[in-house]
Design a protein around this ligand. Structure first.
Ligand code: CA
Length: 283
């Protein structure tokens, strides 16, 4: 290059090198003009070109920035719109469910009002003079008596002969127990305490005619719950008793025996349950 050797000047003197650059550039330009080549000045933009380009680029940046903001805002609005639509659908479903619940409750209310009216009608009928409401008799038994079906039973703690026990039961408005069904027999047997030979008189005898057993109300015995081999009238045995022992294999429906009526044994009284049954004193 034709750049002259710079004189010794302190480094950092930029103006000096700028002048040299300009001088060198102009000299190169002049040489190119002389040789007929294209000059550097022909590729330079006209004056004012860069400011215009700068302004255009700045304007374009501003337009792009504004467009970006507009697109972003539009997208967010669309999202909000979608969310709002979903919320509306959920609210519609909730409203529909509430309407259905209200309708169902109204129907139940109507039904309850009808039932209430029916009950009030029945109540007014029962309160009307001369009308007796249908009721079942209350099961009432005296203190210490057991209740089963429509009867009350007393299992005594003391012992009497069969005739004495019969009289005692009658004094209580009762009778020695008359047992017609296996359920009744089982109910009583299960309530007797176990022991070596716990025997209880009940209301059966063949004292009038041997081997013709009758209940204390005079009706003949049909069937019965005798132990195998009983009654045997072994020692002139004309009264019947129920026994419960420690032997677990024994069963309620084979627990009757006959014995002399003079024996002292506990006993079982029976009377009909009801308001009159509770008048007796506790035992
Ligand atoms: Ca007998």
């Amino acid at each position: 290059m034709d750049r002259p050797t710079p004189p010794e000047h302190p480094p950092g003197d930029g103006m000096y090198f700028k002048l040299l650059e300009d001088d060198g550039h102009e000299a190169l330009e002049r040489r190119r003009r002389r040789q007929g080549g294209p000059g550097v000045s022909s590729s330079r933009p006209p004056p004012g070109f860069y400011p215009v380009v700068t302004v255009c680029l700045a304007s374009l940046s501003v337009i792009l920035f504004i467009s970006l903001i507009a697109v972003t805002a539009h997208y967010q609005n669309q999202q909000r719109g979608g969310e709002s639509s979903s919320q509306l659908q959920t609210q519609d479903a909730n409203v529909s469910a509430l309407v259905a619940s209200i309708s169902q409750l109204q129907q139940e209310k109507k039904k309850l009002q009808e039932e209430k009216q029916q009950l009030q009608d029945q109540l007014s009928l029962t309160k009307a003079p001369g009308v007796v409401p249908p009721t079942s008799p209350p099961i009432i038994c005296p203190f210490d008596w057991l209740s089963f079906d429509t009867s009350c039973y007393l299992i005594s703690r003391n012992s009497r002969s069969w005739p004495e026990a019969k009289s005692f039961c009658e004094s209580e408005g009762a009778h020695l127990a008359i047992i017609h069904t296996a359920d009744e027999q089982t109910f009583l047997w299960e309530r007797l305490p176990r022991g070596h030979w716990n025997a209880y008189w009940f209301g059966i005898t063949d004292a009038q005619t041997e081997d013709q057993w009758k209940w204390v109300d005079g009706t003949p015995l049909v069937g019965g719950f005798w132990e195998v081999g009983e009654p045997n009238n072994h020692i002139n045995e004309d009264c019947g008793y129920i026994v419960k022992t420690q032997v677990l294999e024994r069963v309620a429906v084979r627990s009757w025996y006959d014995a002399p009526c003079s024996m002292y044994l506990p006993y079982i009284c029976e009377k009909e349950a009801g308001p009159g049954a509770s008048t007796a004193l506790p035992h």
